[in-house]
Structure formats: C-alpha cells, structure tokens
Ligand binder design. Sequence first.
Ligand SMILES: NC(=O)C1=CN([C@@H]2O[C@H](COP(=O)(O)OP(=O)(O)OC[C@H]3O[C@@H](n4cnc5c(N)ncnc54)[C@H](OP(=O)(O)O)[C@@H]3O)[C@@H](O)[C@H]2O)C=CC1
Ligand SMILES: CCCCCCCCCCCCCCCC(=O)OCC(=O)COP(=O)(O)O
Length: 322
Amino acid sequence: MAGRKSPPKEKVMDLMSSTSILPLLLGCLGIFGIYQLLQWMRMKAYVQNTVVVITGATSGLGRECARVFHAAGAKLVLCGRNIEALEELTRELTASHTSQKQTHKPYTVTFDLADTGATVAAAAEILQCFGYVDVLINNAGISYRGTITDTTVDVDKRVMETNYFGPIALTKALLPSMIKRRQGHIVTISSIQGKISIPFRSAYAASKHATQAFFDCLRAEMEQDGIQVTVISPGYIYTNLSVNAITADGSRYGALDKNTAQGRSPAEVAQDVLAAVGKRKKDVIVADWLPSLAIYLRTLAPGLFFSIMAFRARNERKSKNS
Ligand SMILES: NC(=O)C1=CN([C@@H]2O[C@H](COP(=O)(O)OP(=O)(O)OC[C@H]3O[C@@H](n4cnc5c(N)ncnc54)[C@H](OP(=O)(O)O)[C@@H]3O)[C@@H](O)[C@H]2O)C=CC1
Ligand SMILES: CCCCCCCCCCCCCCCC(=O)OCC(=O)COP(=O)(O)O
C-alpha cells in the first residue's frame, strides 16, 4: 500500500537481498574461516617433529609448554635442575601417547642456569639428543621482592644470572649450529616487567628489561641467517613464581601472591606460546588490557606513569607497615 512504512527488520532484509550483501558477508566469513584454518595447519606443521628445547620444564609455564608442544608432535628436550621432576614429567608425557598423532619420547638435561660453565656444557648435551635444535624456549626464571635499599648486590646478581646471563649463555652456545643449518627459532619468556618497571621488583624488572633488549638485538642480527626470535611478555600467571621468588637477603619469599593466584592459567598461556611460535611472531604481549595500557602510558605519558608507580610504592609501604 502506498505510503505504508515497512518495519525495520523487513527493510534490512530487503536491503540485504537487493544489494547481495548477505552472500557477500557469507563469502567473507568463508574466506576468513579458510584463512584461519590454513594458519592453524601451518602452525601445527611448524611444530610437528621439530626439536624443541624448554628450560624450566619442571614447573608452571614450562611444564605446560612441555605438555602443549608434546601434544603438537614436537621432539622435546626438557631442561631443569630437578631430575626427579623432569623424569616424572617425561613419564606423564610418554603415557599420554595417543594413536591419533605421532608423539616422541622426550629427553631430559639437568643443569643450573645460574652456572654459566654448566649451561655451556649442557648445550653440548642438548645438541647430542637429536643432533640439532629447531626451537629453544628460554622459559626458566625466578622473581624477587624487596626494596632497593635493603637488597644486596649478590641478590641482584643471582636474579640476573638466572634470568639473563643463563639464557643468553645457552642461546649463544646453541646459535652456531642453528646458523650452520640456516634454521632455528629462539623464544624467550620475558614479562610485562620487561617493558615497564614496578616498585619492589628492581632486580626482576631489570633482568627482564635486559632480556628484551638482548633478544631484540639478536632478532636484527640473525635476520640474515634465517633465525627467528620471539619475545613473549606475559602478565600474571597462576604458578609458583611468587612462592619461589627471592627477597632482599636472598631468602625464599615463600608465599602465593594475590595477583599471581588471580593470574591466567599456565595451560592457557602455553597455548599462546605455541601460537606465537607457530605464527613466528616477533614480540607478543600476553596480558589483560591494564598492563597493556600501562606500557602505552610509560611511552606516551611517562610523567603520569611514574606518578602512578610512586603512589603504588607509597601505598604498598603503608600497608606493609600497618
Ligand atoms: N608467573 C607469572 O606471573 C609470570 C611468569 N613469567 C615468566 O615465566 C617464566 C616461568 O615462570 P613460572 O612458570 O611462572 O614460575 P615457576 O617458579 O613455576 O617456574 C620457574 C622454572 O624456572 C626454573 N628455574 C629457576 N631457577 C633456575 C635455575 N637457576 N636454573 C635452571 N632452572 C631454573 C625452575 O626450576 P626448579 O624446579 O629447578 O626451581 C622452574 O622450572 C619465568 O621466566 C617468569 O619470569 C612472566 C610473567 C608472569
Ligand atoms: C589514567 C589511566 C590509568 C591507567 C593505569 C595504568 C597503570 C596500572 C599499573 C599496572 C601495572 C601492571 C603490572 C603488571 C605486572 C605483571 O604482569 O608482571 C608479570 C610478572 O612477571 C609477575 O612477576 P611477579 O614476581 O611480580 O609476580
């Protein structure tokens, strides 16, 4: 009937059929789906049968990475200090074998990353496992809690040795064989604290900033040799990191922090690590919006960021003293 207004739903349907928007939309969705599927297949193929070395595989994120990469068909070399924990994980992974996908029995290599000599010797042992290394995941690390004025330089050194000098020694020892093959991927688990510094974490934040800087330099230098470098910066993850953290005098902190307990599950973060490796990402932040915003704030409005951190320090001091 002339002059009668059609209801909005009908109008939308009319528009869709008359201008072929619906088939166009469906076509785009289909192309996007196929693209995602191809990306996923490429990612899986990248990891299947590749030799992946994981440090700190005895606990937390490292152990979950071991599970995720094993399930994806990687040939694993699991590293840590605790031989029993490594053997237990190896038994678990071997028992989890399914007929659907070919999986491989992992090797284990035991060493302390804070001991450079032992780390370099371990690299030779790691290379003997499968004859080469495709992917090194520098995951092991320790955290720290304390005020700068109370903290001994020995504590600063201990954190730097585990989080910085150990991983770079292992990386340097494995690089020549990767360069020779013109193939390899170095992955480093840094932290949001590799990009911003928060009070009472000086040694940890410094070690993670150094890590970010070193691996950014490495990425540029290795491009000509075909070696990939990925730095992953997670926010809080629900692991034993705070429990195992060291304090100003070097003693164990021993408590599970609220932020840590409310963090992401290590299994979920391990999937993000797998995706970042499979997609050959260069720099990945795995965190909620607040830490990401804090990184932007540090760059774009440093004055405001420093005021917020000073406020945080005052508050933390007050609540400790009360
Ligand atoms: N949990 C979190 O909130 C976050 C963690 N990260 C990073 O994730 C990584 C993994 O930590 P996470 O799983 O959380 O913590 P965990 O404490 O659960 O695991 C740390 C791992 O590192 C190993 N390790 C520590 N010191 C040494 C050493 N000297 N030599 C060899 N191995 C060592 C531990 O082995 P052992 O059993 O021998 O002690 C353990 O396997 C770290 O680099 C951490 O900085 C980053 C952001 C957030
Ligand atoms: C006007 C806009 C206001 C915006 C406020 C932004 C500032 C908020 C500060 C957020 C700080 C986030 C810190 C995240 C730290 C983190 O995720 O660290 C991960 C770790 O490595 C944890 O190790 P730890 O030993 O510290 O548990």
